[in-house]
Design a binder for this molecule. Structure first.
Ligand code: ZN
Ligand code: MN
Length: 476
């Protein structure tokens, strides 16, 4: 059998606009239930929608970033279905005339390039939220109703869960770079729905396509897709019947389960939205949006690798978030060595941010201040080890590296007469180590270095200490 996995991804993204898609209600997360609603988003009789220009702009922005065409003219469509979180009984969406379409995306997986076709990125509105209580009652919060929602659909071009993982990670970075969404999956701002089946490319034979609903993390997508591929293989081998259906991912038990047999587009009775005129984005406006696009993560990554000779992995970590990438370039522009800057950023800085649950924008240490700290290490004013403590002090107080070093008396001791005294003392107090060193045990030097570092609270210049000890011992 020549069956191979064939995976497509549909991603829903709430757009980061001030107001909702078709009314002036505020688009915000976490407000008191049903406090951000009006007759339009509640679908009360006689209310009329007015499209949000910013939301249209954001979808065009995303479409352009994904190399899509922007439609010269397109329409909204009604997708009809009844559900308690949808008070209008229909969702305003786009059907046969998406705002943007026909793009593509280059994936880098295990050193291999792969082209993923983007079928469309269209605009619709989000639904409300059902909350099911343990006692069996259900509540509905309509605040989310009518929030601008972008749907990005790929062709079924992925062939492994790993490719899905890389795509979603990169897509999330792009959405943040172009500032259309926080793309925060934990808050449900970005949700993914994979379609999975196996296709025999020789015979065209295929297992029924399965859609997995509303996954809220990249890890869930990876696990659910992996599970579903294996289930299809099992069914093919055992001859168990399969259906075209929608399945749910059960996080607890790591398996998918049937939710409903798949409805077709006909079931939604799509028709053009009669309350809205067609959208005709002006050519000039599209070009303005195109010109305002920032450097995208993949281009930035490549530039960091070429300009600063960063390893691929380091460039990936630094560009995962645009603010971090900007911060990095500012450290280097302030005169720091690119390699040292990336090491510090990925090590101590990110470690501190993680520990404190902070974003880089909240960091009290400006890039120029970090460059100053690195210069102090470079000039041997402080040791790399002490610099770590200095950095934490800087982050806590907002003081400069110089100020912290001065206030705490942390300057590295490179004064030869002072170190000379300590070298003599170290030798006098460690006769055994001296003996061992003289009989060829290199490692015995460590005891004497350690003694001096202890006496100076780590402030002695270690290279100098080493050198002076060796000289002195050589003369003995
Ligand atoms: Zn409203
Ligand atoms: Mn949708």
């Amino acid at each position: 059998m020549a069956f191979a996995p064939c995976i497509g991804l549909e991603v829903h993204v709430e757009l980061d606009t001030e107001s909702k898609m078709f009314c002036q209600c505020r688009n915000e997360f976490g407000a008191a239930p049903n406090s951000r609603c009006c007759p339009v988003c509640l679908g009360l009789p006689g209310s009329l929608p007015v499209p949000n220009r910013k939301a249209v702009e954001y979808v065009i922005r995303t479409g352009l970033a994904l190399d899509c065409q922007v439609a010269e003219r397109c329409r909204f469509a009604r997708k009809n279905y009844f559900y308690p979180d949808l008070p209008k009984n229909f969702q305003i969406s786009q059907y046969d005339e998406p705002l943007t379409y026909g793009g593509h995306f280059h994936l880098q997986v295990n050193g291999q390039q792969k082209r993923i076709r983007i079928r469309r990125a269209h605009l619709e509105e989000d639904t409300g939220k059902n909350i099911h209580l343990p006692d069996g009652r259900s509540l509905v919060d309509y605040n989310r109703c009518g929030i601008p929602l972008m749907e990005i659909v790929t062709e079924p071009d992925f062939s492994s869960p790993e490719e899905c993982r890389v795509y979603l990670t990169e897509l999330r970075a792009i959405l943040r770079y172009i500032e259309v969404s926080t793309a925060n999956m934990e808050e449900g701002v970005m949700r993914a729905e994979p379609t999975v089946n196996l296709i025999d490319s020789d015979t065209g034979e295929a297992t029924p396509m399965v859609e997995i609903k509303n996954l809220n993390s990249i890890k869930s997508v990876y696990e659910a897709v992996k599970y579903e591929i294996q289930r299809h293989w099992r069914c093919l081998e055992s001859g168990e019947e399969m259906y075209q259906e929608t399945r749910l991912w059960d996080e607890q038990n790591s398996l998918t389960a049937t939710m409903r047999r798949k409805e077709s587009a006909d079931d939604y009775m799509y028709f053009p939205e009669p309350d809205l005129v067609p959208l005709v984005p002006e050519h000039e406006w599209i070009e303005e949006i195109r010109a305002s696009l920032p450097e995208l993560p993949s281009a930035l990554r490549q530039r960091l690798v070429e300009r600063y000779e960063l390893p691929e992995y380091g460039a990936e970590v630094i560009t995962a978030d645009r603010d971090t990438a900007v911060y990095y370039e500012q450290i280097v522009e302030a005169g720091a060595d690119p390699k040292a800057a990336s090491n510090w950023l990925m090590g101590d800085v990110m470690g501190y941010l993680n520990e404190q649950s902070l974003e880089i924008a909240d960091l009290k240490v400006a890039p120029e201040q970090l460059a100053e700290l690195l210069a102090l290490i470079e000039s041997n004013t402080i040791s790399g080890k002490i610099a770590k403590d200095v950095f934490v002090k800087m982050a806590e107080t907002g003081q400069s590296a110089q100020e912290v070093v001065k206030a705490e008396g942390l300057q590295q001791i490179s004064d030869e007469s002072e170190l000379g005294r300590l070298v003599d003392e170290a030798i006098a107090k460690n006769p055994k180590a001296v003996e061992d060193f003289k009989s060829g045990k290199e490692r015995a030097l460590g005891a004497m270095v350690g003694y001096i570092m202890g006496q100076t609270r780590g402030q002695a210049n270690p290279q100098l200490v080493n050198q002076m000890l060796r000289e002195k011992l050589g003369q003995m």
